[in-house]
Design a protein around this ligand. Structure first.
Ligand SMILES: *Cc1c(COP(=O)(O)O)cnc(C)c1O
Length: 426
């Protein structure tokens, strides 16, 4: 890269854009801004807006009959959206349901599948995991009267960025009931080998589940074939379903028929739901792991959004995403190497997710300076600037511009005009 200066030009970025596909015209993108945060909150597409407005319209025109008629009847909307999600995760329709949030779905899965017995009482997670997952697991242990300090094993990182799969496997002892891991680590963007970890867990009779927050919509999965026991995700990051958009969960077919740990009337076999009996007949599908009435207005944008994913194809999205993050890493090396930056994500395609983890000890105030230049990154304490070029709507030219802006901020020491501390929402 350094030897070929054409690769560092804006013309080269434009050439890459001409040679590539995009769904950019489908999205609302604010003129003059560089949105690099689609892995935290994806942008609104016109189709997501349309399906939200259709549900509002059904409510307006049909009132309660919107549950069974109208554009997108609400009674089996969660099942339908689950089925439409399956190409993204490699699951069967009955294994997938749109419901809850990551955190509430983790509670549901642990309430259902965590059954400490004899000496098999421990849960394995990792010390770099997103706090909400850890809070949920600790509170589940406490509900069983177990001390998290003793029963939650957090696999350590050697470099504060990544977790070695070998260390996770070593932690899989005969005292472990469940292994819970992110598919892609939220900070460094490391992609774990879900298939290998599942095989190793199953060899030892341990259940294994994954949080797909940072992989769904960015890369393909084969949850059913890998034999993963269960998984959760949100739909508001790469899947662009809007702030607080309803999440999803996967439960492998072999566990169907198991009673939900947290039951409600939407856990019902749908044929029986309106019999309103006091004994629940739960669904023999992932639908059993719903609880109450689905949040329709926070679900509806997903329908339009998933149409775009069906048209683009997750394999194509992954290919372009890898090209974009590689291009970004090359520019960082070529343009920013004199300014004390490190790339914290793994470099190899098979070990990295959809974002670039740019590290700098002044990261907090560099992010503030970036925002004043209309670049939207996100900051993760203490030193990470996450930059996510989104295959559906980011351009190579925007990546180029972003790196140029970072360079100007460093050359002119503009970041020194800001305080090096995070804002409330970082
Ligand atoms: C985004 C994210 C969450 C957020 O959970 P919600 O319940 O949707 O608020 C949890 N875990 C991980 C790993 C995440 O990336």
């Amino acid at each position: 890269m350094k030897s070929d200066t054409f690769l560092q030009t804006k013309e080269y970025a434009q050439q890459l854009d001409r040679g590539s596909w995009t769904f950019r015209e489908e999205f609302y993108i604010k003129e003059g801004t560089y949105y690099m945060d689609g892995n935290s909150l994806g942008l609104l597409s016109k189709r997501a807006e349309k399906t939200l407005l259709l549900s509002l319209d059904d409510w307006k025109n049909l009132g309660i009959d919107g549950w069974t008629s109208g554009h997108q009847p609400w009674f089996d909307f969660s099942e339908k959206l689950g089925a439409l999600t399956t190409p993204l995760i490699g699951a069967k329709p009955e294994e997938t349901i749109v419901t809850g949030s990551i955190t509430t779905n983790i509670h549901q899965l642990f309430a259902t599948f965590y059954k400490p017995e004899g000496k098999r009482t421990k849960i394995v997670a990792d010390e770099l995991d997103f706090p909400s997952d850890i809070y949920a697991i600790k509170s589940q242990l406490q509900l069983h009267g177990l001390d998290p300090n003793e029963h939650l094993i957090l696999v350590k990182s050697h470099d504060s960025r990544t977790i070695n799969e070998a260390d996770i496997i070593s932690a899989m002892t005969d005292e472990v009931a469940i292994v819970w891991l992110p598919s892609v680590l939220y900070r460094s963007g490391q992609l774990l080998d879900m298939e290998l970890l599942t095989q190793e867990a199953h060899k030892r009779n341990i259940l294994i589940g994954f949080d797909l927050a940072h992989s769904i919509g960015a890369l393909p999965h084969s949850l059913h074939d890998w034999d993963v026991d269960f998984a959760v995700w949100c739909n508001y990051k790469y899947l662009n379903s809007g702030p607080g958009g309803v999440g999803g969960l996967f439960v492998h077919k072999r566990h169907h028929g198991k009673a939900p740990g947290l039951a409600g009337w939407f856990s019902s076999n749908k044929e029986k739901q309106f019999d309103l009996e006091l004994d629940l007949t739960h669904a023999h599908s992932a639908g059993a792991f719903q609880t109450g009435t689905p949040h329709i207005l926070s679900t509806a944008p997903l329908l339009g959004s998933l149409e775009i994913f069906a048209e683009a194809g997750i394999e194509n999205i992954r290919k372009k995403s890898l090209e974009m993050t590689e291009y970004m890493m090359n520019l960082i090396e070529a343009e920013l190497s004199d300014f004390g930056f490190d790339i914290g994500n793994p470099g190899e395609n098979e070990h990295r997710g959809g974002h670039v983890c740019l590290e700098h000890r002044e990261a907090a105030r560099i992010c503030k300076a970036l925002k004043d230049h209309q670049v939207i990154p996100d900051f993760r304490a203490p030193n990470v600037i996450r930059l996510a070029p989104i295959a559906l709507y980011t351009t190579f030219e925007e990546i180029w511009e972003t790196i140029q802006i970072i360079k100007r901020i460093m050359v002119n020491e503009e970041y020194k005009n800001y305080e090096n501390a995070r804002n409330v929402v970082a």
